[in-house]
Design a protein around this ligand. Structure first.
Ligand SMILES: [Zn+2]
Length: 86
């Protein structure tokens, strides 16, 4: 079974349901891609990540947002995007 890490939220993907439409070659997890296979907007993904951390680690909203922002700064997918001219 392949194990990959989502390029946009750093979630570890192990099972078929973790991948968008069961596509093991995707670099993104099922949470970050919509039902058409298109990557969701950064703000939506960020909100999902914050909600996940509040739920799983008992952080408050502010702490979770800070952790997510720090993490996103280090993720190559967002680094590349922010280097492109708006
Ligand atoms: Zn993801």
């Amino acid at each position: 079974m392949p194990v990959s890490t989502c390029q946009t939220c750093a979630r570890v993907m192990r099972e078929k349901k973790d991948f968008p439409r069961g596509n093991f070659s995707s670099g993104f997890c099922a949470d970050c891609v919509d039902e058409k296979g298109v990557l969701k907007p950064k703000e939506i993904i960020r909100a999902n990540m914050i909600r996940m951390r509040v739920k799983q680690s008992g952080l408050n909203e502010e702490e979770a947002a800070e952790a997510v922002d720090n993490l996103m700064k280090r993720l190559p997918a967002w680094n590349q995007m922010s280097k492109q001219p708006a």
